[in-house]
Design a protein around this ligand. Structure first.
Ligand code: NAD
Ligand code: ZN
Length: 385
């Protein structure tokens, strides 16, 4: 017998708490999360903060320190909170991730110690990658501070940085130890990121949850006007949809080629690159959703009424449905955006799988997209805009 078939599975479990004032000394959630396994020890903790967030909320590092010092008998803050560059551009270099690893090495964190990451999706991706590599993974608690990070990236199992010109080229699958979503962080968020994160809510609503879509459509003006109670609903519902998808769709670590949560993303990633990241992820996703919604209506998967409802709701919420970059062509005359399909296929490996809505709240995967319909979609969105 020359073959032994190895087989095992590992169950993952982590809490996602929704709260306000996570660093109010009275709020027990962070302490409870750190101590959720009820180990009888003083926990070693190192904290990293998004520099953009720290600039917007200059008192944050002090609050974090005060919170932990108030629990000194149970938590050992190994050094002062450190800033990590924020924003999309920070992911282009590996420098930030390396500095974090170096800093963790200097503090001699062990695998049972904690890294607490506070910030937007970009910073959390960088810190998450570093934390997953050190000792092959130290415990990570994510505290997301943008709409997108709260409703999507931080509750999931991935991290990554860009490399060799490819977005998210270097990354790992690494479920966190816990996630704390504090809505108060959103107060200082610039409008672009406030509304940008709602694109991910539209994405998941259109393909999975007609009820959520109706909510978004009905509350689109309130979203634009920064109604906090509405945003809490949107974030919570979207985050939970996301978590349920990861837990129940059968492929949490994306071994297969289907990526239903990437609806609208094949063109979005390309647009972000074409704009040199001047178009934010959420805005690019909204345009991608608009493009694929036209495609879905043209191929009979959704009605024109449904398509118009999608475009209207996103526009009213303050999301774009058009960019002049959509019209840019390569020297041989093809739309540059179509290159996004090839990139997407390469990232998935093997055959192309693009998710399109079928009615509102359901979806299917297609393995072919007609460039003639994509061209039509671009022309339509220009006119519609
Ligand atoms: N790992 C995943 O599964 C996953 C999923 C989706 C997206 N992402 C990644 O997330 C990134 C986008 O994240 P994002 O949309 O959160 O933007 P971001 O992290 O780039 O942050 C946007 C800007 O806001 C600042 N900021 C953060 N919180 C703030 C606050 N509360 N107040 C004021 N300013 C604040 C940041 O410093 C930055 O300048 C992309 O790189 C994308 O690839 C990852
Ligand atoms: Zn996205």
């Amino acid at each position: 017998m020359n073959t032994y078939l190895q087989r095992f599975s590992v169950a993952f479990e982590y809490p996602v708490h929704f709260t306000r004032g996570v660093f109010d000394v009275e709020n027990p959630l962070l302490m409870d999360t750190i101590d959720r396994l009820q180990e009888n020890r003083r926990h070693r903790v190192q904290v990293f903060i998004d520099a953009g967030l720290a600039a917007a909320q200059p008192d944050l590092a002090r609050q974090v320190t005060q919170y932990i010092h108030a629990r000194q008998d149970r938590i050992d803050l190994v050094c002062a909170p450190q800033e990590v560059p924020g924003g999309e551009m920070a992911k282009h270099s590996r420098q930030a991730a390396e500095l974090i690893m170096e800093s963790i090495a200097r503090q001699h964190l062990c695998r049972q110690s904690f890294v607490i990451a506070i910030g937007g999706g970009s910073t959390l991706d960088i810190i998450g990658l570093a934390a997953s590599l050190v000792h092959r993974g130290v415990r990570l608690i994510r505290i997301p501070t943008t709409v997108l990070a709260q409703n999507d990236s931080a509750v999931g199992v991935k991290n990554g940085i860009d490399a060799y010109g490819v977005k998210n080229f270097a990354g790992t699958f690494a479920p966190p130890f816990g996630v704390l979503v504090d809505f108060d962080f959103l107060d200082s968020l610039p409008d672009t990121y406030w509304v940008g994160g709602v694109a991910e809510a539209f994405k998941i609503a259109i393909i999975k949850d007609a009820d959520l879509f109706s909510y978004l459509a009905a509350h689109a003006p309130a979203i634009r006007e920064r109604d906090k109670a509405v945003m809490e609903q949107v974030v919570r519902r979207t985050a939970i949809m996301h978590l349920q998808h990861i837990a129940t769709a059968g492929d949490p670590f994306e071994f297969g080629t289907a990526r239903p949560l990437d609806f609208g993303h094949w063109s979005a990633h390309r647009l972000e690159m074409m704009s040199n990241y001047a178009i934010g992820h959420g805005q690019a996703v909204a345009i991608g959703i608009a493009l694929d919604s036209y495609y879905a209506s043209r191929s009979g998967r959704i009605t024109t009424t449904e398509r118009e409802a999608i475009l209207d709701a996103m526009k009213t919420a303050g999301l774009p449905i058009w960019s002049a970059l959509l019209e840019r062509r390569t020297p041989d005359g093809t739309l540059e955006i179509i290159q996004g399909l090839h990139d997407f296929q390469e990232h998935l490996g093997g055959e192309l799988r693009v998710t399109l809505p079928v009615g509102l709240g359901a979806k299917e995967e297609v393995n072919r997209m007609e460039s003639s319909i994509i061209q039509e979609a671009v022309a339509y969105l220009k006119e519609r805009y």
